[in-house]
Design a protein around this ligand. Structure first.
Ligand SMILES: Cc1cc2nc3c(=O)[nH]c(=O)nc-3n(C[C@H](O)[C@H](O)[C@H](O)COP(=O)(O)OP(=O)(O)OC[C@H]3O[C@@H](n4cnc5c(N)ncnc54)[C@H](O)[C@@H]3O)c2cc1C
Length: 474
């Protein structure tokens, strides 16, 4: 990766949203009304006369789980980069979430431990938002749909319409069998002069493009079978000093706690602990609250105490087989006026917590693309190039970690350069436990504030080696 990619990534993370941008479109359509779609709609609301979000799920009146986002009962932490960007597009989201019981968690309220070693404080004030996924989505949705030119059309997108090599509209399905009394859905076509695909990791966009004689972006999959089990517990004021507790055993799948690789507790709204256990492959974290409690009790740290309280929601499990990304930059024949964002483009191993932050950065890519005098009569190559920078950065961290784990498990011999990079990453991750400077550099990358190349700075590697030696001498 070149230095300019690093600079581009950091300019996307650090840029201010532009003001007074010209209106480029009459009707922009966003397919999918979850986090990625809502943020794209926010960006487009400044650049289109009207923005229509097409979403098959009924909008829940309250912050409730919904079927179109089956992962929404699992832990969803908003990393500092995502929070920064959501705040820039929708100021006040964090405060509203806190007013409704979520926690803004700085370093002083976190315990991050690898087995029983606590990670060194990094001397920064980076803050996560610990919040239930339905609450965060409902706050974002209320703000976006309150914009005067944004509306939601309850329908399912089933394909695209074209004219002159550009997208000209979206095909909509009528009522879905078994939909019961959930209200009317629209059927027919919606004319639009800009379309965003935000339909999540099962996006059908690629199939539609193939059927319509356009290129299908290459789909890359990396097996990373993760099994989640998440439950909610009452949070009496037992640990007032702590709002996030995470214990990681990433490279020890046979840990005696039953193969749990990651355990996390986050303090969310309703005075509750949201407790998640994750295991890779055949390591299942259990399906019942008793199993979850037993595994937490075997872990180092305070997870055992946290889960000894009353349950407010029993265990909900979730399995995801792979990380995947679609390579739009490799497709040479795409229609103009079409982009794709969020999980529809790249969906990562969720344990790294990158999805919503990536979606927020995709929204900033969209703004940069449209405001950079994009020729919207051509395919959105420049948008996909900007977005690739963000996807590559996130992929390098999460998929890189998974590939290393899989190769280690299988005893696979890897090329020298990859071996060298992985050794460097291991050294940095190890040193981050004991050295605040290394911890800061490592966290900045994990939190998507800085590009992964910043970790390969020779001075940092030297420091990491010295820190590892000091730790070994203790
Ligand atoms: C177990 C798990 C844990 C995770 N934890 C975290 C975390 O801690 N932090 C984090 O940042 N991210 C996390 N993620 C990722 C996060 O859930 C997603 O990145 C985030 O929801 C953004 O996704 P999205 O908006 O692109 O898609 P989704 O949230 O999946 O939403 C897709 C939307 O498209 C709609 N839709 C589908 N088909 C159509 C259609 N044909 N027409 C119209 N609409 C359609 C759906 O109804 C839905 O509203 C986690 C994911 C999983 C699986």
């Amino acid at each position: 990766m070149s230095e300019s990619v690093t600079a581009l990534f950091e300019s996307l993370v650090g840029a201010e949203p532009p003001h007074d941008v010209p209106v480029l479109f009459d009707t922009a359509c966003v397919m999918g009304g979850s986090i990625a779609g809502l943020l794209a709609a926010r960006v487009l609301s400044d650049r289109a006369r009207k923005v229509v979000i097409v979403e098959p799920d009924e909008t829940p009146a309250e912050a409730e789980s919904r079927s179109g986002v089956p992962q929404d009962q699992q832990v969803h932490t908003l990393l500092p980069a995502g929070r920064l960007w959501i705040e820039r597009w929708l100021p006040g989201v964090s405060q509203e979430a806190q007013d409704r019981g979520a926690s803004l968690v700085g370093p002083d309220k976190q315990f991050v431990g690898y087995d029983d070693i606590r990670q060194a404080r990094d001397g920064t004030d980076h803050q996560f938002l610990a919040v239930g996924r339905p609450l965060l989505e409902s706050i974002v949705r209320d703000r976006v749909t309150a914009l005067p030119n944004v509306s939601v059309l309850r329908a399912q997108a089933t394909g695209l319409r074209y004219g002159d090599g550009a997208v000209a509209g979206v095909r909509l399905a009528g009522p879905v069998p078994g939909d019961g009394d959930q209200g009317e859905r629209e059927e027919g076509d919606l004319a639009a002069d800009f379309v965003v695909d935000a339909t999540g990791r099962s996006s059908r966009l690629s199939n539609w493009l193939g059927q319509d004689d356009y290129d299908q972006p290459r789909l890359e999959r990396l097996a990373s079978p993760v099994n989640y089990a998440t439950a909610l517990f009452e949070r009496p004021v037992k640990f007032p000093e702590l709002e996030v507790a995470t214990v990681l055993h990433l490279f020890t799948p046979q840990y005696p706690s039953g193969g749990v690789s990651v355990a996390a507790a986050t303090a969310i709204e309703g005075q509750q602990w949201l407790v998640m256990l994750m295991g890779y492959g055949d390591n299942r974290p259990g399906r019942t609250t008793d199993e979850l409690r037993a595994r937490c009790a075997a872990l180092p740290g305070i997870l055992g105490d946290i889960t000894s309280g009353d349950v407010t929601r029993e265990v909900v499990t979730y399995r995801q087989a792979d990380s995947r990304r679609r390579h739009f930059t490799e497709a040479s024949h795409l229609p103009a006026r079409l982009v794709s964002v969020g999980d529809a483009v790249a969906s990562f191993n969720p344990v790294y917590g990158q999805g919503m932050s990536s979606a927020a950065l995709h929204a900033s890519c969209l703004a940069s693309y449209l405001d950079g005098f994009a020729d919207v009569g051509e395919a959105a190559t420049e948008f996909f190039r900007l977005q690739q920078t963000v996807v590559d950065a996130a992929w390098a961290v999460s998929a890189g970690g998974d590939a290393a784990r899989i190769d280690a498990e299988n005893g696979t011999e890897v090329p020298k350069e990859i071996h060298r990079q992985r050794r460097a990453m291991e050294r940095i991750a190890g040193a981050a436990l004991v050295d605040p400077d290394v911890s800061r550099a490592f966290n900045n990358v994990s939190y998507m504030l800085r590009h992964p190349t910043t970790l390969f700075d020779p001075k940092l590697l030297e420091k990491a080696t010295a820190a590892a030696e000091r730790a070994a001498e203790k």
